[in-house]
Design a protein around this ligand. Structure first.
Ligand code: FAD
Length: 414
C-alpha cells in the first residue's frame, strides 16, 4: 500500500520503520530536518565537530522495551550515560544529589554528603529510598482508586520536603511542565517511571546521537519530504487525499504522527470525535537553551553533575541544566550546558529552541482510552500516534508503542 506518515518525531519514524518493511511509505515533515533531529545544534569543541542533540534525551533500560526493540532492530547502538544529579537552591548551594561510581557498564549511585548534613536533606534521602523501593506496592494497595502523585504522597505519609524539594522539581523539569501540572500527574505514571529501586540512575542514550537514529529509521521510507505538510486530509471513496499548497496527492492509508494540537486542524471532517478528544489534551510550552554560562551551575565545582537542578528563589519552580561535557564523551573542550526552561536569561547562547509538551492528568485516562477505542474501529484509513497518545509520561517509549498500535490497525485494514 502507499502510506503517508505525517510527522517525523520518534512516533512517525517508528511508524515509518515498521510499515516501511512491507509498504511504500512517504515520510512528511514540516521542519527542514527530520523532526526528531530538527533542533540539534553543531558546535566545535577542542577542534572537533560535535552534533549536540536538543533536547539531549536519555532512557532507562527497563522502562523502554519498545524503544529498545526498535533501536535493536534498526542497528542503533546505545551506550550507558552518567545521569547523576545535584539539587540546588537558587544561590547555587547544593542540598541533595548523587554522584556515581562506574562499574563496568553500570553507574552505581553514591549519595552526596549534603544528603546527610541537615534534617531536610536526610528526610528527602530516606523518602527517596522508600519511594524507589516501595511506591509500586503502595500504589497497588489502592486497588482501582486513582490519585494524583501529590495526593499519593500525602496519603502514604511522604514528607513535604520530599515532594517540594525533590520529586516535583525533578519531575516538572524533566517533563518541562509547571510544578502544578507535575503535582497533578497520575501517581500511576510517575511511579511507573520511578519505581526501579536503586537502579534509577542507569540511563542509556544512542551511541552516535539522534542523527544516527533518524538516518537509520528513515531508510525504510520510499521518500522523505521535508519543509512541507498537508493543510488537510480528505477521505475519498477508497483513498485518502492529502491537500498541499502545491497540489493534492492520493494515498491508501495515512498515519498522523503530529502532536495532538497540530493534528486537529488537518484531520478529515469526519473525525469530529477524534478532534474533540484531542482538544481535551493540554500542552505547555518550554524552552531549551544551549549555552556556556556557568551561572546555572552549583557553587562548588564538585557538585557540577551531568544534570543540575536549580530551584527558583521562592522554591515554586525549577530548572534543569545538563553539563554536556559529562554526557558527551567527545566534548572535551570548554564547558557547555543545556538548560531546560531557564529561570533567568543565559549569556553566551549557542542555540535556543521552543517545544510544546503534552501534560497528562487523571482525566487523560478516559480520553486516551476512548481515543484508542475509536481508532480500533474497523474501516478506518487514517490513524493517529504520538507520545501524547499513551496514558503515562509522554516520552520516547510512548511514541514507539503507539506507532505499534497503528501498525496493527494498518495490517488489519488490508
Ligand atoms: C526538553 C525535553 C527533554 C526531553 N527529554 C526526554 C528524554 O530524556 N527521554 C525521553 O524518552 N523523552 C524525552 N522528551 C520527550 C520526547 O522528546 C517526546 O516524547 C518525543 O520526542 C515526542 O515524539 P512524537 O513523535 O510523539 O512527537 P514530536 O517529536 O513532536 O514529532 C512530531 C513531528 O510532527 C511534525 N509535524 C506537525 N505537524 C505537521 C504537519 N502538518 N506536517 C508535517 N509535519 C508535521 C512536527 O514538526 C514534529 O517533527 C523530552 C522532551 C523535551 C521537550
Amino acid at each position: 500500500m502507499k502510506i503517508a506518515v505525517i510527522g517525523s518525531g520518534i512516533a512517525g519514524l517508528s511508524a515509518c520503520w515498521y510499515l516501511g518493511k512491507e509498504h511504500e511509505v512517504t515520510l512528511i515533515e514540516k521542519h527542514a530536518l527530520v523532526g526528531m533531529d530538527a533542533h540539534g545544534t553543531d558546535l566545535r569543541s577542542n577542534g572537533n565537530h560535535i552534533r549536540v542533540d536538543v533536547p539531549f534525551r536519555a532512557f532507562k533500560r527497563n522502562y523502554y522495551p519498545c524503544l529498545l526493540d526498535l533501536y535493536g532492530e534498526a542497528g542503533i547502538e546505545v551506550r550507558p550515560v552518567d545521569y547523576s544529579f545535584s539539587l540546588n537552591y537558587n544561590d547555587g548551594t547544593t542540598y541533595f544529589g548523587f554522584s556515581t561510581l562506574g562499574i563496568g557498564n553500570e553507574f552505581v549511585p553514591l549519595p552526596y554528603l549534603a544528603c546527610f548534613t541537615n534534617r531536610k536533606s536526610r528526610r528527602i534521602f530516606s523518602d527517596a529510598i522508600r519511594f524507589y523501593d516501595e511506591s509500586e506496592k503502595e500504589f497497588l494497595s489502592l486497588g482501582n482508586e486513582q490519585l494524583t502523585i501529590s495526593e499519593f504522597l500525602r496519603r502514604f505519609g511522604y514528607s513535604q520536603e520530599f515532594e517540594d524539594l525533590y520529586l516535583i522539581p525533578m519531575f516538572s523539569t524533566i517533563n518541562t511542565c509547571t510544578s502544578e501540572s507535575a503535582k497533578n500527574y497520575p501517581a500511576e505514571a510517575v511511579i511507573g517511571y520511578h519505581s526501579q529501586g536503586l537502579k534509577f540512575l542507569r540511563f542509556l542514550t544512542p551511541l552516535k546521537g539522534t542523527r544516527d537514529v533518524t538516518e537509520r529509521l528513515s531508510t525504510r521510507a520510499s521518500s522523505v519530504r521535508l519543509n512541507t505538510g498537508p493543510k488537510k486530509i480528505v477521505l475519498e471513496k477508497d483513498k485518502v487525499k492529502l491537500v498541499f499548497d502545491k497540489g493534492d496527492e492520493l494515498f491508501d492509508r495515512v498515519v498522523v504522527a503530529a502532536p495532538a494540537n497540530q493534528a486537529i486542524p488537518i484531520l478529515p471532517d469526519e473525525y469530529s470525535k477524534e478532534k474533540e478528544l484531542l482538544s481535551r489534551l493540554k500542552y505547555e510550552a518550554s524552552e531549551v537553551v544551549t549555552h556556556s554560562d556557568q551561572k546555572f551551575m552549583p557553587k562548588r565545582k564538585r557538585h557540577w553533575a551531568p544534570m543540575c537542578f536549580s530551584l527558583s528563589e521562592d522554591k515554586s519552580s525549577a530548572t534543569a541544566t545538563i553539563f554536556l561535557n559529562k554526557v558527551l564523551p567527545s566534548m572535551n573542550g570548554s564547558a557547555v550546558f543545556q538548560t531546560w526552561n531557564p529561570l533567568t536569561e543565559p549569556e553566551n547562547v549557542i542555540s535556543r529552541s521552543r517545544f510544546e509538551r503534552p501534560v497528562i492528568d487523571l482525566d487523560c485516562r478516559k480520553t486516551l482510552s476512548d481515543l484508542k477505542n475509536l481508532q480500533d474501529i474497523p474501516g478506518k484509513k487514517v490513524w493517529l500516534c504520538g507520545s501524547y497518545a499513551r496514558y503515562g509520561i509522554p516520552l520516547l517509549e510512548a511514541g514507539v508503542s503507539t506507532s505499534l498500535d497503528v501498525k496493527s490497525w494498518v495490517d488489519r485494514s488490508r
